[in-house]
Design a protein around this ligand. Structure first.
Ligand code: CA
Ligand code: CA
Length: 621
């Protein structure tokens, strides 16, 4: 009889464990407070909670408006040992509910081979996982998810790309010279298809979170993500995770069952923000304009999180600490940075770097001025609020590089725009901490933007790989993937040719045999720039000196005591013989130059640069 009861009870208690966030924690963090959220249908009758574990103390039990939550405030001493403990829930007339909770061991490689930070010496490659490579067709459709379509012929559907696909292309990434992989978000997006601008769209891009703590099973789940991270680190590479603090998908458990109504912003209804970041530093801004920016919902199916609620802020901060430790994240790219509560952003950055001093965090906001971009970082401006992010995605330099390559030179057009953009670095404390790029998954592809002009494309690549900051390349640019956004972003998120088992092998761009001559040339060009960069002290951490464009020719130098790299671009209609007396500050003592791509060595005396030509040159004595 006794045995029967036990058998009945054990499966019951195992099944009855409420959801718990964070799903586990780690021993030895500096931060001692831990907020546990227990979530299960009706926890209102559980009035007593106890925890018996050395170094772990229950401080407070809190309830939410929804009866389905218990919020437990714990203190976890830094001395608490890794192990599993029981959280015992009791209520009048109820059987005891036991929640087992684990404090895991932190990785000893933190700050060494994982969680290393990302520096200007790195080369970041941006991948949209669903569109890069399908390493495991068995996870293309996962039963139980709200969207079980996988249709490569539909640009709005999932296509089946996954984390194993990235792992399987590790050799390709190394050949290209990539040091750091940034994936669009990997968190679970268990959303049905949503209507966006008249199209039925899947959450293939990853920005519709429904469970922070679960990596989408169609990408391979948490185990596959950990494996990718391990493989990157074993190969001397790094991982950047894409974070979204601002909003969640409308099928996230927080949205379906808000602990309290004010977990979500409601002051603007479901109306969108106006996207004008000036409201944060404009001395004449109204409170209403600021509130619309902070509280507006991007689209009605992306509920906006209220980070003024301390529990929401804590929930988000804990997840990012958890994921950094769990997956060994080296850097965070933070989506929609300018729509978040400012104080919260600083608290997040402080909390993360306190636990992981080398961690790099940079924000994304498509802003309209250098002042706006610098405002969201450590800057030299006098403003009422001071942000503490190290860097941002540098849209200003992106726009300037494109204009410099495309426009006719004039007093305020063409090359001078890049000169002007860099001169604005006076605003930044650390301009080198910005991430520079020419395009991404939200923009027209750069090869198309430059009119498929090889010379302009080379000019832009030379700048991307040699200017200050961390360069980021969007997947496929190296094999000349092209396209414009046509009422949707999906057209610039096409599958990497050759990433699917059924793809035509003669067009497998991952292999030299599947590339056209033009694609091979481009891949080799970028790869050589990237490989040179790896061992170049001047490009990794050197100073920058630029000269005002003259005769349609723009020169800047990156230099250390050991190395000087000269980057020269001539966008005029004629060849130009640089007047070295103008540039003597940086060329004095050098007589020759080595083209870092072709390897050609030549004398600077009498040398001229051809029309539309651009070169990256290491100066030699
Ligand atoms: Ca797959
Ligand atoms: Ca917001």
């Amino acid at each position: 009889m006794r045995i029967t009861i036990l058998l009945l009870l054990f499966p019951f208690t195992a099944l009855a464990q409420p959801k718990c966030y964070p799903t586990h924690w780690f021993a030895g963090f500096k931060e001692t407070s831990l907020q546990l959220i227990l979530h299960e249908n009706d926890l209102s009758a559980y009035t007593a909670v106890s925890i018996q574990y050395p170094g772990v103390k229950l401080i407070r039990i809190r309830r939410a408006e929804s009866p389905n939550y218990l919020l437990l405030d714990l203190r976890v001493d830094p001395s608490a040992k890794p192990g599993v403990f029981k959280i015992e829930l009791n209520g009048k007339g109820l059987a005891t509910k036991n929640v087992s909770y684990e404090l895991k061991v932190r990785a000893p490689q933190n700050g060494k081979s994982r969680i290393q930070g990302v520096q200007s010496s790195d080369f970041i490659y941006l991948i949209m996982t669903d569109r890069f490579a399908n390493g495991d067709p068995s996870n293309d459709i996962v039963q139980g998810y709200r969207d079980t379509l996988c249709e490569r012929t539909n640009k709005f559907s999932r296509h089946g790309g996954d984390l194993k696909g990235v792992v399987d292309r590790m050799g390709y990434l190394k050949e290209l010279g990539v040091s750091t992989v940034w994936l669009t978000p990997v968190n679970e997006n268990d959303m049905p298809r949503m209507n966006e601008w008249g199209n039925s769209v899947a959450g293939y891009h990853g920005y519709w979170f429904t469970d922070h703590y679960q990596v989408d099973k169609r990408f391979g789940g948490n185990a596959a993500y950990r494996q990718l991270s391990d493989r990157l680190h074993q190969n001397g590479m790094k991982l950047i995770q894409d974070a979204v603090y601002n909003h969640i998908g409308s099928y996230h458990w927080i949205a379906l069952d808000p602990p309290t109504a004010d977990w979500l912003n409601s002051s603007q209804g479901k109306n969108p923000p106006h996207h004008r970041e000036e409201v944060f530093f404009d001395p004449y801004a109204s409170q209403q304009d600021k509130l619309q920016m902070l509280d507006g919902w991007f689209v009605p199916h992306l509920p906006d999180l209220n980070q003024r609620n301390a529990d929401v802020a804590k929930y988000l901060i804990q997840y990012h600490i958890w994921a950094t430790e769990e997956f060994g994240v080296d850097g965070w790219r933070v989506d929609t940075y300018k729509y978040n509560e400012e104080k919260f952003l600083n608290e997040m950055n402080d909390a993360l770097t306190r636990e992981f001093p080398k961690l790099m965090i940079f924000g994304e906001s498509m802003v309209t001025s250098p002042v706006a971009n610098a405002y969201f970082t450590r800057n030299n401006m006098i403003t009422p609020f001071k942000h503490n992010a190290e860097g941002m995605l540098d849209f200003q330099t992106c726009f300037a590089m494109i204009a410099a390559a495309k426009e006719e030179n004039g007093w305020s057009n063409g090359l001078i725009k890049l000169y002007y953009a860099l001169a604005q670095d006076v605003l930044y404390k650390e301009p080198m901490r910005n991430c520079i790029f020419l395009d991404n998954h939200d923009m027209d592809r750069i090869f198309s933007v430059l009119g498929e002009d090889e010379a302009k494309f080379r000019m832009c690549m030379n700048w991307l790989f040699t200017l200050r900051g961390m360069p980021q390349l969007y997947y496929g640019t190296e094999v000349l993937m092209k396209n414009y956004k046509v009422n949707t972003d999906a057209t610039v998120r096409e599958d990497f040719p050759g990433g699917w088992p059924t793809d035509d092998p003669s067009k497998n761009r991952f292999l030299p045999t599947g590339r056209t001559a033009e694609q091979s040339k481009t891949f080799d060009y970028i790869s050589r720039l990237a490989q040179f960069r790896k061992s170049s002290s001047a490009l990794g951490a050197g100073k920058l000196m630029q000269f005002i464009p003259r005769e349609g020719t723009y020169l800047y130098f990156r230099y250390t005591n050991q190395q000087t790299v000269m980057v020269i671009a001539n966008s005029s209609e004629k060849s130009v013989k640089p007047d070295w007396t103008i540039y003597r500050e940086r060329v004095e003592g050098f007589t020759r130059a080595r083209d870092v791509v072709s390897g050609e060595i030549f004398s600077l005396t009498g040398w001229s640069i051809g029309s539309k030509e651009s070169r990256v040159l290491e100066l030699l004595k």
